[in-house]
Design a binder for this molecule. Structure first.
Ligand SMILES: *Cc1c(COP(=O)(O)O)cnc(C)c1O
Length: 461
């Protein structure tokens, strides 16, 4: 299995190379050359298998020769061993035909753990075999950073630097990044928004001299291995509700488009997904793009669901590549226009996107009202990101089972939960001392040269 860049001008790589590289050298994102379709009878054999067994079944064809069979089984077993729920991704029911897929039982209480724990183990295995050391730099709107630090802390062959927007992440999110004591962990509070952090990260990847000197690697959701890990729970959830005989729909609280793109891949693999609904908060660029055909960035407005406060959804480029019939030159042109404020999607491409995705947005008031209503009608306490999903999903309910992805534990966002429902959202006992641990972080300006100098100094490159 080979991986190609969405901008058509970078070398084709193996799974392991694409995983270790992150962003392609032409600025594009790696995607599999071809997604192998699985037969309905193969999918019908999944119900009753463990999460780990289904993960192996989903992931194996995509990794090719990069990991041996037993090696991959061990990687998967280690990745999910630290989860606080035996099912890993349990389903609960919200209403007659509406289900919640709880993706917050990992070590940092958000769905990012599913991907990050897996790639932590994959990186460790691959780097130990190669005898290499790398420098992981990530940008986070809150949850990616803590998940990355949790996955890579203390590993021998890796330094991990995480850029997060100063003052724009929740206290729990920040503390999960600033309290680990391992010397290879570096939490950097940047003076700017998440889009600024993500833009500086891209600048570093496009600065080849720096990239090579520090052996830069990326674990943001642009990393294909992360998308792949997230495909698994679409299969576990759908098959436990009757797929492939019965189609299901999913609604996904969306920011960088990584999670919903995994659902799109699951559908390409043959999982019968009827609707795939993009749910956005007031930063609704994806919803507007589907409605108007124009991708036009605006200012980020901070919201109750900060992990979705985004104007440039990196993984959208991956689906655009398909929408343009895998024409990398056109994608590169559109991305160049994006840097100047926006682009207009061709009629053929927007038709493709509208056939694949539905969308909706939830305002701040609707988010709070949804947390309150769901608590009152079911007793379930939702995090604000999940509430955005549940609100948008409620506009798409029908005879097909709807599964809304619950992307974070309510304890990560206790203020919003309290404001909406009057309920406290306590941390699970295994993290109850988070607010007693000392914090450690470095404040950095939104400036490429200064960031690069700091990273070089810390890794001695
Ligand atoms: C990251 C995140 C999202 C958005 O996921 P994308 O893959 O970036 O679209 C939604 N909710 C929570 C809690 C998150 O951490």
């Amino acid at each position: 299995m080979k991986y190609v860049s969405t901008r058509g001008n970078a070398p084709k790589l193996s799974f392991e190379e694409a995983m270790l590289t992150g962003l392609a050298r032409d600025g594009g994102l790696y995607v599999p050359q071809r997604v192998a379709e699985r037969r309905p009878d193969e999918i019908a054999a999944l119900p009753g298998m463990s999460y780990e067994e289904i993960a192996y079944w989903v992931i194996k064809p995509f990794v090719g020769e990069s990991f041996g069979d037993d090696e991959l089984r061990e990687i998967i077993a280690r990745a999910y061993a630290g989860f606080g729920h035996a099912a890993r991704a349990p389903l609960v029911q919200l209403g007659p035909n509406h289900f919640l897929l709880e993706l917050f039982h990992g070590p940092t209480l958000a769905f990012k753990d599913f991907a990050m724990q897996l790639i932590g183990q994959m990186f460790q295995t691959a780097l130990a075999r190669r005898g290499e050391r790398i420098c992981i730099v990530g940008a986070t709107s809150g949850d990616t950073g803590s998940a990355a630090i949790e996955a890579f802390r203390g590993l021998d062959n890796v330094d991990v630097f995480i850029l997060f927007p100063d003052g724009r992440v929740s206290d729990v999110q920040r503390r999960q990044m600033t309290t680990p004591t391992e010397a290879n962990v570096h939490a950097l509070a940047i003076d700017g928004t998440f889009d600024d952090a993500q833009a500086r990260l891209k600048d570093m990847f496009n600065h080849f001299e720096f990239r090579d000197a520090v052996k830069l690697a990326g674990v943001n959701s642009i990393n294909w291995a992360r998308v792949l890990a997230q495909v698994v729970y679409y299969f576990t959830a759908a098959t436990s509700l009757g797929a492939p005989l019965r189609p299901v729909s999913f609604t996904v609280p969306t920011g960088n488009f990584g999670d919903i793109f995994a659902g799109y891949i699951a559908r390409k693999m043959g999982l019968p997904i009827e609707k795939l609904v993009i749910a956005t908060n007031q930063n609704d660029i994806l919803h507007r793009t589907l409605a108007t055909g124009a991708y036009t960035t605006a200012e980020v407005v901070p919201s109750l669901s900060p992990s979705m406060d985004i104007q440039v959804s990196s993984n959208f480029e991956r689906v655009l590549f398909d929408a343009y019939g895998r024409d990398g030159v056109t994608v590169a042109d559109q991305m160049a226009d994006l840097a100047r404020g926006g682009f207009t999607i061709s009629q053929g491409a927007i038709d493709y996107l509208r056939a694949q995705f539905a969308s909706g947005r939830a305002s701040e008031e609707e988010t709070l009202a949804t947390i309150r209503e769901i608590f009152e009608t079911t007793g379930e306490v939702l995090c604000p990101h999940t509430a955005v999903g549940v609100k948008v999903a409620s506009e798409h309910l029908g005879t097909t089972p709807m599964i809304t992805l619950a992307t974070a534990h309510p304890a990560k966002f206790p203020d919003a939960v309290k404001q909406a429902s009057g309920q406290d959202a306590p941390l699970p006992p295994r993290m109850a001392d988070l607010f007693d641990r000392p914090e450690r972080m470095t404040h950095v300006p939104n400036d490429l040269a200064e960031l690069e100098a700091l990273i070089r100094e810390r890794v001695g490159a």
